[in-house]
Design a protein around this ligand. Structure first.
Ligand SMILES: Nc1ncnc2c1ncn2[C@@H]1O[C@H](COP(=O)(O)OP(=O)(O)O)[C@@H](O)[C@H]1O
Ligand SMILES: Nc1ccn([C@@H]2O[C@H](COP(=O)(O)OP(=O)(O)O)[C@@H](O)[C@H]2O)c(=O)n1
Length: 227
């Protein structure tokens, strides 16, 4: 059977702490779709640059190395994986050090070209469709996605969620770090963080995670019914 005709492609974008990862994983698991965390890929290439002593303040050095690491993403929403040259980096990519450097690395056009190609090939290979989350999925990576969602939330709600995860982290410092990363991601020249014109915006500040999941599942099911 040709499943590609019925495969549904969902793009979920938005800034940090709006609920992209939790929502995308749950929606994909519930609907039998694959799942791709594109932020994890940018974190993985950043981890590799740091690990290999590349000067991340030097865009030319980053560009020259952009082709070297082999990044592999496992797309099962119940057990997503990420490896670089065969090493499991799921833990190391979440350190504060990588978080503070990822916006600089992901702004380099050669890095984006490489990772964007990888993302498109993963989406095209997903047998029943995929939920892809990131910053530029609806605008650049998958502009023909069947459904585009742009999640937002107040900086206060996002900082409270993130500092809840990073046990003991100061909520004001977390808020400042989030806003700094938003500004870098929204201000870069190539594929900035942006809402696609045809994306549906959902403000999650006053919604529970379960409410957001239900909202997105309903939207995907409506799309699937009319495909
Ligand atoms: N609507 C929500 N209400 C409360 N907490 C949420 C909500 N959505 C997500 N969270 C929590 O906030 C944190 C960040 O969510 P995450 O999905 O990682 O966001 P993102 O991928 O956009 O950075 C997680 O601990 C998650 O459980
Ligand atoms: N599609 C994407 C996804 C992430 N990124 C970059 O990767 C960083 C980390 O993304 P992430 O989704 O893991 O961030 P969090 O929401 O987990 O904080 C972002 O701040 C961006 O700099 C990007 O440029 N494009």
């Amino acid at each position: 059977m040709d499943t590609t005709a019925t495969a549904v492609i969902v793009a979920i974008d938005g800034p940090s702490g709006t609920g992209k990862s939790s929502t995308s994983k749950a929606v994909a698991a519930q609907l039998g779709l694959s799942y791709l965390d594109t932020g994890a890929q940018y974190r993985a290439i950043t981890w590799w640059m740091v690990h290999n002593g590349i000067d991340i303040t030097d865009p030319a050095a980053i560009a020259a190395a952009a082709d070297k690491p082999e990044i592999v993403s496992g797309t099962d929403p119940s057990a997503p994986t990420i490896t670089v040259d065969g090493t499991d980096v799921a833990g190391p990519i979440r350190t504060q050090d990588v978080t503070s450097k990822v916006s600089a690395v992901s702004a380099v056009p050669e890095v984006r070209t490489r990772i964007t190609e990888l993302q498109r090939s993963i989406a095209a290979a997903a047998p029943h469709g995929i939920v892809v989350e990131g910053r530029d999925i609806g605008t650049t990576v998958l502009p023909h996605a069947d459904l585009k969602i742009f999640l937002t939330a107040s900086p206060e709600a996002r900082a409270a969620r993130r500092s809840g995860e990073l046990k003991g982290a100061d909520v004001n410092a977390t808020r400042e770090a989030l806003l700094k990363r938003d500004a870098a991601d929204s201000g870069r020249k190539v594929a900035p963080l942006a809402k696609a014109d045809d994306a549906i915006e959902v403000d999650t500040s006053d919604l529970t995670l379960q409410q957001v999941i239900e909202c997105v599942v309903t939207l995907v099911e409506e799309k699937r019914a009319t495909k």
